[in-house]
Design a protein around this ligand. Sequence first.
Ligand code: HEC
Ligand code: HEC
Ligand code: HEC
Ligand code: HEC
Length: 508
Amino acid sequence: MFSARKVLVTLAAGIFGVAVALAARNATTLPTITIPKHELPGRDGPTAVGRVAVGMSGCLAAACHGAPAGKLLNGERGDDCWQSSGSCWAAADPHTAAYSLLTENPRRTLKVTAAEIMAKYAPGTKATDNVRCLACHSNPTLALPDLIPDARSRVLREQGVSCEACHGNAGQWLQPHTAWKGDRKDVYEKTGMRPLDDLGERALACAGCHVGAPAEKDSEGKVIVAVRDMNHDMIAAGHPRLAFDFAEYQRRLPQHWQEKNRSLTTNRAITHNEAKVWYVGRVAHAEAACRLLADRATRSASDPVTPWPEFAEFNCASCHHNLRMPEGEKVGVGADWRRSDAYLGAEPEAKPPISGRPLGSPPWQTIWPVTFAPGIEFPKRDKALLADVIRAMETPRPPKADNAGKVAKTTAEQLKTKREALVLMSGPDVQRESWALFPKGAPLVPEWDSASQLFYGLVAREYSHGTPPKPIQDKYRAAVRAFRAQDWARPDESWGRVKDAFDALREK
Ligand code: HEC
Ligand code: HEC
Ligand code: HEC
Ligand code: HEC
């Protein structure tokens, strides 16, 4: 047994303890994954209009983005690394496995297979035919009911989360992007190539699948991008819950690009401040969550597979945590921690007093520091950027869909403004603004999500001083793995493993 307090004390000590460590980049050896070559059926299927997907075979040609990726895989990035971006992705990116996870031949070991999930989620049907599953495990523009039987679309879906799932369908930009003419931003806009050099746009692109996103429609109201919605039905059927942090996830991808400001006039190599990456990511994450909430509120009125309220939006521990206190040392702020002021966000001593979440209402998800997080001083529950959404969702009776949807929509717009402003600010300025939100000393964090999110933020702060040496990175990963462990429902055990990782860090 141990206390959450001790975990966090160790956490802070561990991270600050390595602040002076020298940066070193180690070569990583990664398994090679072969992507089968596909023969594309004719181009006249239903997707042959507008911004069609063309698939990745073309991108991977040796003269395009398919040059040997040895340097990139070793973390060496130069002006010419675009030539091997595709091979780097094919050799080492986790997204190469995305589609295979839905099949009987997943490309990595799984805790739960698609067949097991489907047996509970939609018995008698296959994940590879299910638009909800395909929307995140392949290109979401190809996960539409009328494209399911289409042979060409199926071949492209089998490429999984490949180039176009992030960069946008290439139908209109494939040709222009080989010889940039005019303003790049303008070409992006006109052809549908995603401006991924903008950190905020990039974080939203990832959040589309790692948080979720509403369907997108064309001017005639026809759905052209499928809804991406990880709900409690899928989680209860065995799907891992999504616990995203943009900075953390991005660091885990083999980076197949050189960071650049891609406006035509500069196109200069730059380095992003990791604290900025983190904060922009958190705001974009919250924006995505609000848009999804607003969409769920609307959809639930007519869609039989969209429940209201959606349990996956609430703190899992509010319904699933073992109600009995473990024997011995207390976890967090006390035996009745779920009624504590810290967990409720109440501050009776404040002037005027803050009453916090009404008892009996499950807390909405934590997206610190855009929401309040139990045990962390800032932001206050009713001062956080997401305070209105929290108030609309945290009611002892089921929240009203119309009202929550409206509030979430307005808040998403405010967050968009905030995200765009942050992207324009200098790294050091964003770093200063976000650092002011971090707790001083060792806060009492009584709850899993708050602790993990604080941890991600602290690690990003650490990286903003320079990449830590490999052994330290490994320790961070061990802690992240423990935080991401799917046996979160057995907190005693998982806390133990997190604590071990922090202890190891401190000893460094
Ligand atoms: C909103 C996007 C989204 C939807 C919808 C979705 N997935 Fe996933 N799925 C993911 C992501 C992201 C991961 C990886 C999770 C991580 O590591 O963060 C994943 C992981 C998995 C895994 C690996 C589990 C393991 O043991 O590691 C399987 C299997 C899987 N999904 C199957 C499915 C099936 C079947 C469906 C449809 C019922 C589905 N997914 C719907 C995004 C999604
Ligand atoms: C998970 C999302 C994702 C996937 C999948 C993906 N990319 Fe990228 N790619 C990015 C991001 C993010 C950037 C950085 C954007 C920027 O700087 O403009 C990038 C940048 C690039 C660059 C610019 C390299 C440079 O240094 O100038 C090329 C070329 C590229 N990607 C090609 C590909 C190819 C080819 C594939 C498929 C084989 C692919 N990408 C798949 C996210 C992705
Ligand atoms: C079209 C949907 C989609 C998009 C867009 C997307 N991802 Fe993913 N991502 C997935 C799926 C599905 C998986 C699960 C693959 C697996 O676990 O093998 C995944 C897995 C990952 C993993 C590995 C997770 C693990 O368990 O180790 C990382 C890291 C990741 N994504 C980061 C990103 C980042 C960063 C971006 C944006 C630049 C991004 N993803 C964009 C769908 C997507
Ligand atoms: C509002 C309450 C509530 C919230 C919040 C909630 N759940 Fe559930 N969950 C339930 C109920 C009720 C069941 C069904 C229990 C049963 O059928 O035995 C369930 C079932 C499950 C199951 C299946 C358990 C089993 O033994 O089969 C899993 C896994 C699960 N939830 C995970 C989560 C995760 C992860 C979250 C947070 C993202 C979450 N839940 C949020 C109420 C909730």
